[in-house]
Each structure stands twice: as C-alpha cells, then as structure tokens.
Design a protein around this ligand. Sequence first.
Ligand SMILES: NC(=O)c1ccc[n+]([C@@H]2O[C@H](COP(=O)([O-])OP(=O)(O)OC[C@H]3O[C@@H](n4cnc5c(N)ncnc54)[C@H](OP(=O)(O)O)[C@@H]3O)[C@@H](O)[C@H]2O)c1
Length: 356
Amino acid sequence: MTTGEAPKHGNSRLNKSVVLKRRPVGAPTPEDFGVVVGDLEPVVESHVEVENLAVSLDAGFRHWMDEGSGDHVLPAMELGQPVMGLVLSRVIDSRHRSFEVGDVIVSRLAWQEYSQFNGDLHHVKIHVDESLGLDLGVHLGILGDTGLSAYFGLFDHGRPTAGETVLVSAAAGAVGNVVGQLARIHGCRVIGIVSDDEKARYLVDSLGFDGCINRHRDVAAQLKELCPNGVDVYFDNVGGPILEVVLDHIAARARIVLCGAVATYNSSEKMPGPSNLFSLVTKNATMTGFLTHQSHDRYDEARSRIVEWMRGGELENLEHRLYGIESVGPAFCDMFAGRNLGKTLVELKSTAPEPR
Ligand SMILES: NC(=O)c1ccc[n+]([C@@H]2O[C@H](COP(=O)([O-])OP(=O)(O)OC[C@H]3O[C@@H](n4cnc5c(N)ncnc54)[C@H](OP(=O)(O)O)[C@@H]3O)[C@@H](O)[C@H]2O)c1
C-alpha cells in the first residue's frame, strides 16, 4: 500500500470523505452515501494526522446509521457527516508523544482519506507490527477483528473437539470463512451456509469445507442430509430465521455461538426471536454471545497462531478488495448483498491491479 501527503489546491490541503447522505431504509444502497471534498486544517498540539490506507467494511456499523441509534459504543451517525468505521492508517504528522510519524494503526475513524484526532482521547485497536512482512490489509481482516472473532468465538465459546460437526452461517464472509478453516484445521467436519452455489463450490473445493447449504433453498432438508447426527457447534453470524431452523437440528450438548445477526441489521422493526428455544433444554445445549474485544489481552496469542497457520499454508486469507474512496459506500452495500468472498475492504490510494 502506498502513502503520501494530502493533495494541495493553492494553500489548502484537500481531503475526500464519504458522508451519510440519507439514512438507509432496509439494506443500504450506494445512493445513501456521497463523497465530499474538504480542507485539512494544520495539526494542533496533542493531535495526530494520519493518512488512511484502507477502510474495513463491517456489517455491525449499519446499526449507527439509524436515527436515535447512539449508545455507549458510538453516537448515531449524523446526516452529511463522515461515516465511521474501522480504518488502517499511517501517522504522517504527530504532536503527541504516543504516536510517531510512520506508525501504522487500526482504529475507529471516519471513511476519509486523511483524519486528525486528539491523541489523548483516541483508542487504538492495533499498533501494526510491520516486521511480519504481510500485506497490511490482513490487519483489517484475518489478523484484525474478523479473524480474531473467528478464533475466540470458535475455540473459547464453541469449544469443538475433533470429529464434531461445526456449522457456520455467512460462511463465505470475513468471519465465517476463517471459522470454517480453523474448524477444519482442528479436525472437525465443517458445513457452511451461503447464498449461492458458486461460493459453496469455492468453500468445498478450495478451503476444504465438507459441505455447504444454500440458504435460499430448503435449509432444514439440507441440514438433515449434511448433518445427520446433528450440529455440535453452530457459529451464528446471521441470527433470524436460519437460527430457528438450526435449533431444530442441534445435537446433544451442542454449543451455539452468537457472533452477530446480519439478517436483522436492516430491519427497522424488532424481529421475533426463535420460537423453539426449548430445544436448548431438551438437548442440554448452551447459547452464548461474545464480543471479541473482551479478549484483548489474548490478541497476541491468537495472532501468532493465525500467522503460523498462514505460513504453513493451512489457512488462506480471503479478501473482497476494492480500490479508491468512491468504492467505500458501494463496498459496504456489496457485503449486505452477499457479493463478498472473504473480508470486504477498500484500499484508498491504489487503483485495481491489472488482471494477469
Ligand atoms: N461478536 C463480535 O465481536 C463481532 C466482531 C466482528 C464481527 N461480528 C459479526 O460477525 C458477523 C459477520 O461479519 P463479517 O464482517 O464477517 O461480514 P461478512 O460475513 O463478510 O458479510 C456479511 C454476510 O452475511 C450474509 N448475509 C447478508 N444478508 C443476510 C441475511 N439476510 N441472512 C443471512 N445471511 C446474510 C452474506 O453472505 P451470504 O449471502 O453468502 O449468506 C454476507 O456476505 C456480523 O454479524 C458481524 O456483526 C461480530
């Protein structure tokens, strides 16, 4: 990824940002976002200026695009203001002792080419270790929140043992594909749930999944066929009606890991919960939610194991990478439409490489 100074117009330094043009109704569409050009002010004391190298698209941020959605994590995003997300950035100017020019960080910032923040107030998720020699994009994906969600969700909460059947929804997505690969490495039978046959073929032929279910066909029938002894671990990324169907097919002492609920994020109404929670009683099963950042003290452990598996050729890094600030809004929409295979991210400064 290349870096550089902000382009100038006369004495002004220009900065492009993606703003929330209107609040999405249902699934987000590219028209909900607009790109505006503004001026960058000089950096003041205690502040830091970063060049944003890449933007991570994370389904959970859809929540704060709704009116009145503010909570302890983020205020509701404001119309006409830059959209917030997770961003990979390089420090290009620093008036704060904790940040040096050249540092690469991952933190919650706006979808824009350059950002400034108060170093005293800014929470950095990751100080990137460039000595790993990996493409920096991995720190938004397989070594970032999504890969770590797969690691902690599967091993700490799913607690699979070799030979057990692990089922994962949104299996071709950022978190899901890593869950499936880790379960396979662990010696489990892995079944994914996806929305089309091409993704299913990829997961089985290239990532070693044992089978895939198409969520647009009869999920119950496919579950019966592919998980005849029931599901031991269900890693749930989507919630909604699929969770209910899966609960009818769990094995005794199954563990259901609630990582997210993509199927509900676009709904303005509260969606009804599963009507069959009694299966948890009859199957002596557990259902647990988790937040990855609560395992912050073990990130180094998780990252070093993930890097080891990647270097050993057992774990593949899958990305849906787009280019340029204009692609950020559309990339977010792609994810909800299920157009992504792996982690969705936008590299800001480069253009797409020529096809070979
Ligand atoms: N707990 C945590 O700390 C934590 C941290 C990070 C992420 N998460 C959660 O992890 C989940 C996955 O996130 P991600 O970034 O990896 O996204 P992702 O899986 O890369 O993208 C979302 C996927 O969801 C599927 N999908 C979209 N609409 C759906 C619907 N109505 N019903 C079922 N599936 C639908 C699509 O795949 P198909 O069309 O192929 O099904 C799409 O590719 C999200 O729920 C996210 O909020 C949780």
